[in-house]
Design a protein around this ligand. Structure first.
Ligand SMILES: [Zn+2]
Length: 195
């Protein structure tokens, strides 16, 4: 099941989470701060979606996706609909960064990365993984530039923290011996249940 982004729904969910937290006797000040950052992130998400529309990118929210992914071939950005607003914003910016980087030619930077042919050669396989990491870090940096360009209020420490959590899986994958496969940007630690 997929859907598009409904700003009012996301805002009302954020307010409801605040009410739920207070019912559970959470600290009012901390909960209000979370609500405020949720609402700021929702405004940011809206900005990125409008920007994506201008660039011809379709943003699809899908409960089945763990985190986020960008399909270069269809120009579709697919994100988990259960992500919390700030995490959603971070992943969107990162996926938009992937879009800006685009497909790489074999001899260009990232040439052995996502578009590389499958190989059983160990050295090439390792080189492929390093190029994927290179591309991943670049996409995070590009995402931050997009936020700046769109004047999105971004908590840099939080953005870097999301980057680090996502990159960690890739880094482990680089050094782990094993089958050749692609990872996806995923981080299911900050999702919430919609039911
Ligand atoms: Zn990525």
């Amino acid at each position: 099941m997929s859907s598009s982004f409904n700003v009012d729904l996301w805002r009302s969910r954020a307010r409801q989470r605040h009410v739920d937290r207070l019912t559970k006797k959470h600290d009012n000040y901390l909960s209000s701060t979370t609500l405020k950052s949720d609402l700021v992130a929702i405004d940011g998400i809206k900005e990125v979606i409008d920007w994506c529309a201008l660039k011809g990118i379709r943003v699809v929210l899908n409960a089945k996706e763990l985190g986020g992914t960008f399909e270069q071939s269809t120009h579709e950005m697919i994100l988990n609909t259960r992500l919390l607003p700030q995490k959603m914003l971070h992943l969107m910016l990162h996926e938009a960064g992937h879009m800006l980087i685009g497909d790489s030619k074999p001899n260009a930077r990232f040439g052995r990365g996502y578009n590389a042919k499958k190989t059983s050669d160990k050295a090439e396989n390792f080189s492929h993984r390093v190029d994927v990491i290179d591309e991943e870090l670049c996409a995070w940096a590009e995402g931050e530039k997009i936020a700046k360009k769109l004047k999105i209020v971004l908590n840099r420490n939080e953005y870097i923290s999301t980057r680090d959590k996502n990159v960690k899986g890739y880094l482990e994958w680089v050094v782990r011996a094993g089958k050749f496969k692609h990872l996806k940007d995923e981080d299911d630690t900050d999702t919430y249940a919609t039911n």
